[in-house]
Design a protein around this ligand. Structure first.
Ligand SMILES: CC(=O)N[C@H]1[C@@H](OP(=O)(O)OP(=O)(O)OC[C@H]2O[C@@H](n3ccc(=O)[nH]c3=O)[C@H](O)[C@@H]2O)O[C@H](CO)[C@@H](O)[C@@H]1O[C@H](C)C(=O)N[C@@H](C)C(=O)N[C@H](CCC(=O)O)C(=O)O
Ligand SMILES: Nc1ncnc2c1ncn2[C@@H]1O[C@H](COP(=O)(O)OP(=O)(O)OP(=O)(O)O)[C@@H](O)[C@H]1O
Length: 514
């Protein structure tokens, strides 16, 4: 049974940890008496605080967390762990203060200690890269389930503890939340966990205190250049996962040139995989059949080993994600033959990925896919797959995130225009930006393409999908890229409930194509 429960999960039966022991263990300085004080949890947000917590005060983008020390005390915090500046801010709260140089950097190790997540850990798989992290994580979880394990998942779309689903807030939760989640998973006898690791998570120490058994790298392309100065800095952030502090071994896709750079920079043993026919790697993915219902492929490995199976998703990139997941499992100790056996038994990988080229249309009328792609590389891959199954015209509906990397918008517009016959440019999450000016940049990008699709500018997206459906005929496909699984739109900081999948289904029904 699937139930939705609040996003910050704690162990149901937390154990108490002595704060005096904690400062001895980590060799930390403190102010105020810790005698007899015990903590049962850790948090860096008063919104998530529970009585008995150690509150960690970090310097944020807007405030220093220690300035909320009194709020933390009133909520039942036992002590605060912070830096020198935080200690000054928290002095009036009367809470005992534990001092560290960087509270964010200390958060993972301290949380691991409090939640005891290093004791008898599950098999841990971490995936990073610009596109495909969620997909690889879901595919890992699916195959692990088919192998008979109780599994856990932490992804942008959802977090899973066995069969329980929890809504996600961040792609990778803060370290305190991550360790609490792992502790909760242990209570439910989870034996293998797939975790999506964003570049931001690595830069912000969110996977500190975790050593993954296997980490995977999907690809790197232009994204998040509002957070990182350039591609080199973005790459360096990802490379951090391939160090002994975070991983035992790695599997690297060479499908983008950055993969080779990860191989060169990795400080843990790695193996490689590619889905490109003209690239050399230890594992090679050969596409056998591409259908609207599935993609079939053979994975060729070292010593003549191979496996042929299907992934219930469209496109070479999804087969590449599945291949990466399988090699990560092999590197994690599973026999390729055992994986092949369960996949044969079940007719392929049994996975449902919410909002990843998800088909929302029925048997009649245009085929409509809702996708989470929000970068030029994602558009290129999904559009080329959609075109392959489209006998008529390809119609693309998309907008771009406001207040997120504006430098990628022109290229998104260009790539979209290059790959479709009709383009409907609309709004996504405008946040605090003017949606009309975001659309103008996307249109400017679209006009840079050599291909000249028909371009429509339609706001808001509810209207845009209806225009796309009204233009479509039997045999045409509509790709609505951007919203994917999301269930809200962010307009001026207000999250309004909204589902592109439901909206697309409604638009089809209204057009008589229910
Ligand atoms: C830019 C960024 O990283 N922001 C993170 C940061 O918030 P902030 O620095 O703005 O926090 P702040 O408001 O200055 O407050 C400082 C501290 O005081 C605490 N506080 C604040 C107010 C209060 O009343 N009580 C309280 O405890 C805050 O929890 C925080 O710890 O610290 C918060 C944790 O306390 C994070 O949740 C928050 O992530 C935000 C939500 C975020 O959107 N992060 C993005 C950049 C991100 O990480 N994205 C990647 C996506 C990657 C992808 O698309 O592939 C991800 O992994 O999700
Ligand atoms: N291997 C791949 N190569 C290129 N594009 C891909 C690949 N896998 C998925 N995509 C595209 O990227 C979109 C997002 O996929 P997914 O959610 O798996 O990536 P992600 O890395 O988790 O993204 P995010 O960090 O934004 O959550 C998909 O909907 C698809 O359009």
């Amino acid at each position: 049974m699937t139930s939705r429960i609040p996003p910050v999960l704690r162990p149901e039966h937390p154990s108490s940890c002595s704060l005096s022991q904690l400062v001895i263990e980590f060799g930390l300085e403190h102010r105020g008496s810790l005698a007899g004080l015990e903590v049962t949890g850790v948090t860096l947000s008063t919104d998530d605080l529970q009585p008995g917590d150690l509150y960690v005060g970090v310097q944020g983008a807007h405030a220093h967390g220690a300035s909320f020390a009194e709020k933390a005390r009133d909520g039942g915090a036992v002590a605060i762990l912070t830096d020198e500046r935080g200690a000054e801010l928290a002095a009036g709260s009367g809470l005992p203060i534990i001092l560290v140089d960087s509270p964010r950097a200390a958060l993972g190790a301290v949380s691991a200690w409090v939640y005891r997540t290093a004791e008898n850990p599950p098999l841990l798989f971490g995936t990073t890269g610009t596109n495909g992290k969620t997909s690889v994580s879901y595919l890992l979880e699916a195959i692990l389930k088919q192998l008979g394990l109780i599994t856990g998942l932490s992804s942008t779309a959802e977090r899973h503890i066995g069969e329980t689903t929890v809504v996600s807030r961040l792609t990778t939760p803060e370290a305190s939340e991550m360790h609490a989640l792992l502790a909760r998973m242990r209570e439910h006898e989870v034996r293998a966990v797939a975790i999506e690791v964003s570049a931001q998570a690595l830069s912000r120490h969110r996977v500190e205190g975790i050593v993954f058994d296997v980490v995977g790298f999907t690809n790197l392309s232009h994204d998040h250049l509002d957070d990182y100065a350039d591609m080199e800095e973005y790459f360096e952030a990802k490379l951090e996962l391939f160090t002994p502090e975070h991983a035992r071994r790695g599997v690297i896709s060479l499908d983008t040139p950055w993969g080779r750079r990860v191989v060169e920079g990795s400080r843990v043993p790695v193996t490689t995989i590619t889905s490109l026919p003209d690239t050399d790697a230890e594992w090679r993915l050969e596409l056998l059949d591409e259908r609207a219902e599935y993609t079939e492929f053979t994975l060729h490995g070292p010593e003549g080993r191979s496996l042929t199976t299907r992934v219930p998703l469209i496109g070479r990139h999804m087969a590449a994600n599945a291949g990466l997941a399988i090699v990560m499992l092999v590197e994690g100790g599973f026999e390729l033959e055992a994986i092949a056996h369960v996949l044969d038994r079940d007719g392929g990988i049994v996975a449902y990925l919410p909002g990843r080229t998800e088909r929302v249309s029925g048997d009649r009328g245009p085929t409509v896919y809702v996708d989470f792609g929000h970068s030029a590389d994602a558009f290129e891959n999904t559009l080329s797959s959609v075109r392959r199954f489209t006998t008529g015209r390809t119609i693309m509906v998309f907008g771009a995130d406001g207040d997120r990397d504006p430098s990628k918008r022109l290229e998104m517009g260009r790539v979209a225009a290059e790959g479709c016959d009709i383009l409907v440019i609309t709004d996504h999450h405008p946040r605090f930006e003017d949606p009309a000016s975001i659309r103008a940049t996307l249109i400017e990008g679209a006009r840079m393409a050599e291909n000249r699709p028909e371009i429509h500018e339609v706001s808001p997206p509810e209207q845009a999908i209806r225009v796309a459906v009204s233009l479509a005929r039997e045999g045409d496909s509509i790709l609505w890229a951007g919203p994917g699984h999301q269930d809200y739109r962010d307009i001026r900081g207000v999250r309004t409930p909204y589902s592109a999948r439901d909206e697309a289904r409604r638009a089809l029904a209204e057009a008589g194509w229910a």
